[in-house]
Design a protein around this ligand. Structure first.
Ligand SMILES: *Cc1c(COP(=O)(O)O)cnc(C)c1O
Length: 451
């Protein structure tokens, strides 16, 4: 028998999160308010608890993880690191392929890692309710679970098209006590205006964020929680990379290249940031975010200030963006259909510390199916983007006849995505490049600010 999985004991759940900000070559640009000036902490107090606001701009490299959060994480962490030997054999590659499996959490992805931390800090601050948005349902599920664990009510605005296509994600959120509302909804001004413009609107993540933020800002007992993009979310996700580093050390190995699927950037930051300090110290390691060609935020987006939501209720963040009024094409990786990207990931990509690569939908499902048939786990379509890139890298290593160590995040399982696999098997999926005209239009829609 060969060693396929490397487990850590619960005592090895990290005691601190790693904050990348002190190690960035260029500090992140400040968030801007409606007047074009940097926002103060006060502007965020209407929707976030103090501890989260502090984490958003902290210059401390290591931030302690509260014990109740570590205890919550212990329900599914540490997550296993797996050597994908059967995949290696199928590819006949000299490369060693490892994946960090985040699909073993109750919600089936990495998202609960941040959800439990956010629920904890809000409960500590005396908050009773949280609002949020969800696209494919992964984040809504995670926050419902975390709300239940820390005694908070959770209301989730779910992108309408997903609400219709993914009824079991809704059941899951309700099982954990969450209240799910299709977005756009009649409950908020943002939603009412969207429905007036288009009564059959399919919704978008940007719209659902507008609704959730509007409600949280209007109620004292209610805060808002975001599942990706913001600095504190990436911070919470660094448990992924911190564990993976220890596990690779046990295997006596170190990655030449790390891949992760990129939506808002939270699992990219989560697995890659802990390796970034090594890179800054001269270590030769490539860190590559993988995104869909149909939603090419990093590889083709504009690096500019933009809003995080469709209506413009959030502060402006400097990030790679396809424009805040982006209407995503109907691809089957809901978690990757966001118009923007984390400010930290964007800055690091701009400074060429991180790389990015885009892959097409059909090749992505092909990789997902090969992975299922070799390693057994059926990956979420989001995760299959990283698998595609890892396979291509392993095939290149074979071509060059040299060894290589590849690591990727398997960010979630695909058990709620089987209709997308059905469509792939039926030959109904299409490859798609995001149209250049739409990119040019997006430039026009960006808020006019210096920077
Ligand atoms: C949400 C999600 C993603 C993308 O989100 P990031 O914040 O970019 O990590 C990737 N994979 C899965 C399984 C997801 O649920």
């Amino acid at each position: 028998m060969s060693d396929n999985k490397i487990y850590l004991p619960e005592s090895e759940i990290p005691t601190h999160w790693y904050n990348v900000i002190p190690d960035m070559p260029t500090p992140p640009a400040p968030y801007l308010g409606p007047d074009g000036n940097p926002i103060g902490a006060g502007a965020m107090e209407a929707i976030f608890p103090p501890a989260i606001i502090e984490q958003e701009t902290s210059d401390q490299r290591w931030i302690p993880i509260p014990e109740p959060v570590r205890e919550a994480l212990a329900l599914w962490r540490p997550a296993p690191l797996v050597r994908a030997r059967r995949l290696e054999q199928a590819l006949d590659t000299p490369a060693r392929i490892y994946f960090k499996y985040e699909g073993g959490s109750p919600a089936g992805s990495h998202k609960p890692n941040s959800a439990v931390a956010q629920a904890y800090y809000n409960a500590e601050a005396g908050i009773k309710r949280l609002t949020t948005e969800t696209g494919a349902g992964q984040w809504g599920s995670s926050l419902s679970l975390a709300g239940q664990m820390f005694g908070l009510d959770v209301r989730i605005y779910m992108v309408c098209i997903s609400y219709q296509q993914k009824p079991y994600r809704r059941s899951m959120m309700e099982t954990w006590g969450g209240e799910v509302i299709p977005s756009p909804s009649p409950y908020t001004q943002a939603g009412r205006e969207a429905l007036e413009r288009d009564p059959d609107s399919r919704g978008s993540l940007g719209m659902a964020i507008s609704e959730a933020v509007e409600e949280a800002a209007s109620r004292g007992d209610t805060n808002y929680a975001l599942g990706s993009v913001l600095n504190h979310v990436l911070l919470h996700q660094t448990v992924i990379g911190l564990e993976a580093k220890k596990q690779l050390a046990i295997a006596g190995d170190y990655p030449d290249v790390v891949f992760a699927p990129c939506g808002g950037g939270s699992n990219v930051g989560g697995i890659m940031f802990p390796f970034l300090a090594d890179k800054a110290a001269g270590k030769d390691i490539r860190l590559v975010a993988v995104e869909p060609a149909s939603c090419p935020t990093l590889t083709r987006g504009h690096y500019a200030y933009d809003y995080g939501d469709s209506v413009g209720l959030t502060p402006m963040m400097k990030m790679y963006t396809l424009g805040h009024d982006f209407m995503p094409p109907g691809i089957h990786a809901g978690g990757l259909r966001y118009h923007g990207d984390s400010a930290l990931v964007s800055q690091l990509y701009h400074d060429q510390v991180l790389e990015a690569q885009s892959v097409q939908q059909i090749a992505t499902f092909e990789a997902g199916v090969l992975f299922s048939r070799t390693q057994g786990i059926i990956p979420a379509p989001e995760s299959a983007h990283a698998i595609r890139a890892a396979i291509d890298e392993a095939l290149a290593a074979k071509e060059e006849g040299r060894e290589k160590t590849i690591l990727f995040t398997l960010s979630g399982h695909g058990h709620f995505d089987m209709s997308a696999y059905d469509r792939y098997f039926a030959g109904e999926l299409e490859d798609m490049d995001y149209p250049s005209e739409a990119l040019a239009r997006a430039r026009q829609s960006l808020p006019k600010v210096e920077g």
